[in-house]
Design a protein around this ligand. Structure first.
Ligand code: 13P
Ligand code: SF4
Length: 301
């Protein structure tokens, strides 16, 4: 533990704060977390939270989800502008127009959406529960899945469904190329390839597993392999190495990096605890409407 990490733990204890960290955030921040996990696990932790203050080390939509599920807590982000490029691909006006033109459609939103987008949809999913929930929704009503066309297409393929797909994606995962997977397989012939469900279907097709970030931990736990090729944001490697110190993990090249996740640093986490954080506040009407699809998700998952 370095000095700044010790300082953070001391400040946190004095303030009675909880530090939640997403699996993609840098290693040294993961190491001071009260809890580090995927979007679904972090939502559950936020809902069960009883601390007065949550320091959310991740991107803004995650902090908003924490605020929606823990409305009495003060949710602070260490960085003002850690957004999500995929969440920004959903313009609320376009969603309203879509709803007006497709009144029969159920709107299923990936949790990687702004609170305003959530206020317009029927149910949320994360990559950790999407398959289970979409399967439960079944074919009764036509579905628009937004905003990740890759996750949506992967679900359509797995479940034999025909959901309409919003034209959005995570640029970090969309950029992962088949040539990167093939090169990694040549370099590490005994390593299975595990990728994130936000990858394009053609990448999922040539991989051994496509799951959420925490699904990767489960995949490794249940595998006899000693080494693994990982196709997701680079922060995940530290998470895997800490959980499985006796196994080897190779990130694909070029290394996928989410610049927004990297905006969370030990320095700005400490500043946040010293009163220089950015509090998540949402209008009351959004607080009331945006929480419903997340609660529905938690009931079904
Ligand atoms: P999960 O951690 O839920 O798999 O989500 C990945 C992601 O893109 C978060 O930004
Ligand atoms: Fe958004 Fe992709 Fe970054 Fe996740 S990795 S926060 S989906 S841009």
């Amino acid at each position: 533990m370095n000095t700044i990490q010790e300082e953070i733990l001391e400040l946190k204890a004095r303030m009675g704060a909880t530090i939640l960290v997403h699996n993609y955030v840098d290693a040294e921040v993961q190491d001071i977390a009260d809890f580090c996990g995927d979007s679904l696990e972090l939502s559950r932790k936020a809902k069960a939270n009883d601390a007065e203050t949550i320091i959310f080390c991740g991107v803004r939509f995650m902090g908003e989800t924490a605020k929606l599920l823990s409305p009495d807590a003060r949710v602070l982000m260490p960085s003002k502008d850690a957004g999500c490029l995929m969440a920004d691909m959903c313009d609320p006006e376009r969603i309203r127009a879509y709803k007006a033109n497709h009144p029969d459609h159920l709107l299923v939103a990936y949790v990687n959406t702004t609170a305003e987008t959530k206020s317009l949809v029927d149910i949320c999913v994360t990559s950790g529960n999407a398959e289970r929930i979409v399967k439960k929704l079944g074919p009764e009503r036509p579905i628009m899945f937004l905003p990740d066309q890759n996750l949506g297409a992967n679900l359509n393929n797995r479940l034999g469904m025909k959901m309409d797909l919003w034209p959005g994606c995570c640029p970090v995962h969309h950029a992962i190329a088949a040539s990167s997977i093939e090169a990694a397989r040549v370099a590490h012939p005994n390593a299975p390839v595990v990728v994130h469900l936000e990858c394009r279907p053609e990448i999922v097709a040539i991989s051994d597993a496509a799951v959420s970030t925490s699904g990767m931990l489960k995949f490794v736990e249940n595998s006899d392999a000693r080494e693994f090729i990982v196709g997701t944001e680079a922060g995940m490697i530290h998470r895997l190495e800490c959980a499985f110190p006796d196994r080897k993990f190779y990130i694909i090249e070029p290394t996928p990096i989410c610049k927004n996740m990297k905006k969370i640093t030990l320095e700005n986490v400490r500043d946040c605890l010293m009163g220089h954080g950015f509090e998540i506040t949402l209008p009351q009407d959004i607080m009331e409407t945006a929480v419903r699809p997340i609660e529905r998700m938690l009931e079904l998952s």
